[in-house]
Design a protein around this ligand. Sequence first.
Ligand code: SF4
Length: 221
Amino acid sequence: MARRYLRQRAEMGERELHGRAGRAKGASSDSDSDAGEAMRLFCESIADCQKCRLAKERTQVVCGSGNAKAGLMFVGEGPGREEDKTGQPFVGAAGKLLTQIIEAGLQLRRDDVYITNIVKCRPPDNRNPMPDEIVACHPYLLRQIEIVKPKVICALGKVAAQTFLQSDEPIGKLRGRVHPYRDIKLIATYHPAALLRNAALKRPTWEDMKLLRKEYDGVEL
Ligand code: SF4
């Protein structure tokens, strides 16, 4: 069942990208325009989205935040309670830890990376997003990737890693190496919320962050 949804996602993604490529003919591309403005318009365009059941209980769509021309993009699974309240991704306890990882660990500024989620609306009771919700929201993620054009994507947690890699493997098997994703390097690691529950995951996550920084700009941490 999960594999069927993953296949659907992949097919939908291809259609979405090809469709956009077609529409782009004769019009200015994102590289010609301002990526920040393109992202702002994109986020505005999905603010009232009703494509899946998550629309019913959300307070607001949480589109993403950060530098829309970043070389590095972090993708989690979905907004939590604080994110739903504020409209910003990764602002709760897990978000604070992600900020520490980016700033103290990777020695980058949070404002210099782009941060978003697989689904843009909060799943009730912080459950995992369901496969059909992921499918419904996937074109939005693809559009964001198209605008940002990151060099490296970091998939945070099982849901994000499995979605990108079309895999049913556990995160422990998907982390620790570089995966090709289109022409982007993809590195999966544990979700910061998992680190808050299990401190033993901090060491492998740090190994992943060292790999990520090296792949991003060659810096050895
Ligand atoms: S999760 Fe995505 S597809 Fe579903 S309602 Fe929110 S923005 Fe729309």
